[in-house]
Design a protein around this ligand. Structure first.
Ligand code: GAR
Length: 195
């Protein structure tokens, strides 16, 4: 079984979808840790409820970015983590961690990358930008994380329509439902390919 760490910052609905899919589809993986940059959030509550170890790790706890990166790396190594899944983790992963886990860190982004990605494009801002642009299609992307924000190789995408009268909130809800199907499917595909 692959040992997974899930990184979250918020509600954690993607984390929940992944957790349930692993059990229901009997995927060869186990979520051994939920790391959050926040001491309290929906994801942390869910992890505690299901007996998954939680870890609050935030750059503000450290004197420097390098110390933060070193701490993150040693927490991952201590638990022999094979793969990291970002599920609504709204922070950048330190380059040293990305270098140590090449093509082992995966993210879900609420748009059809490469459109509406990059710095400052996260959460509701993405949906606001999609609506402002007049696009008739949006969706979600699961991709590998590399040093370039939202630019890593795409693993899987799925699209949803942008409907007349949509607000960022209604579009976000439609995209999120799409994410809950997409992320488990992408994980299943990745696990199939792992040695
Ligand atoms: C999701 O829509 C996810 O794609 C997005 O945050 C939301 C988290 O929801 N992530 C990003 O914008 C990353 N750049 P969740 O906490 O309910 O899974």
């Amino acid at each position: 079984k692959k040992r997974l760490a899930v990184f979250c910052s918020g509600t954690g609905s993607n984390f929940k979808a992944l957790f349930h899919a692993i059990i229901e589809r009997e995927l060869p993986a186990e979520i051994v840790m939920c790391l959050s940059n926040r001491s309290q959030c929906g994801a942390i509550d869910f992890a505690k409820e299901y007996g998954i170890e939680t870890l609050h790790l935030s750059e503000s706890q450290f004197g420097s970015h390098d110390d933060f990166a070193r701490a993150m790396l040693s927490e991952l190594r201590d638990r022999q983590i094979d793969m990291i899944l970002l599920a609504g983790y709204l922070r950048k992963i330190p380059d040293a961690v990305i270098a140590a886990y090449p093509e082992k860190i995966v993210n879900i982004h609420p748009s059809l990358l490469p459109q509406f990605g990059g710095h400052g494009m996260y959460g509701m801002r993405v949906h606001e930008a999609v609506i402002a642009s007049g696009e008739t299609r949006s969706g979600a992307t699961v991709h590998f994380v590399n040093e370039e924000y939202d630019k890593g190789r795409i693993i899987m995408q799925n699209h949803v329509p942008v409907l007349p009268g949509d607000t960022p909130k209604t579009l976000a809800e439609r995209v999120l439902r799409c994410e809950h199907r997409l992320y488990p499917a992408a994980l299943e595909k990745l696990l199939d390919k792992q040695p």
